[in-house]
Design a protein around this ligand. Structure first.
Ligand code: PNS
Length: 167
């Protein structure tokens, strides 16, 4: 991979409750394109959902997985996403898209974020086929019923999920 990148800084935001290999794939691809990547972990309930893990724990799940890239930092935020992006001098917000079902929500967020910050471009990466079915909520449901989480989330995350959710 060519090491020269000129994309500046990008924010890759999400609830990451918990991070999955699908998220980690998007983060690693963003790290290949942009000089710096800030993974923004939402520290506020969005879509009225209480998270299983605290923001600190969600950040701690991601950090060891991205340490090898050298240009990725993980930070919690509780402000508007565009303000968080501005604070870090980001030119872009990068998000993953899996299926058409993701599109409607992301389209709405895109319009709102664009209205507030037309100078910050939102960019979308298509999920790799092997992760196109994978979601944090699906993983939580599997964990509740003792399903096998290998290949879906890092082992340490799987262990904590089983601890928290197994019935
Ligand atoms: O799909 P997710 O992980 O729940 O997405 C979270 C996030 C922040 C990326 C999404 O809700 C979004 O794009 N929000 C934009 C509006 C905003 O700034 N909300 C405040 C979050 S603290």
């Amino acid at each position: 991979m060519n090491a020269s990148k000129n994309g500046g800084t990008a924010v890759v935001p999400g609830s990451y409750d918990p991070v999955t290999y699908g998220h980690l794939d998007i983060i690693s691809r963003a790290a290949n394109v942009f000089d710096n990547v800030i993974v923004g972990v939402v520290d506020q309930p969005v879509r009225k959902q209480k998270t299983v893990f605290s923001a600190e724990e969600r950040v701690a799940f991601i950090e060891p997985e991205v340490a090898e890239y050298g240009n990725v930092q993980v930070k919690p935020f509780d402000t508007l996403l565009v303000d968080f992006a501005r604070e870090h001098g980001a030119k872009a917000i990068v998000k993953g898209l899996r299926a058409i079902s993701d599109f409607e929500y992301e389209f709405e967020m895109n319009q709102l974020n664009r209205k507030m910050a037309p100078d910050i471009e939102s960019m979308y990466m298509m999920a790799a086929p092997e992760f196109s079915f994978l979601s944090s909520s699906g993983v939580k449901e599997l964990a509740m019923f003792g399903g096998d989480l290998s290949g879906l989330v890092p082992d340490s995350v799987a262990a904590r999920l089983q601890e928290e959710l197994k019935r």
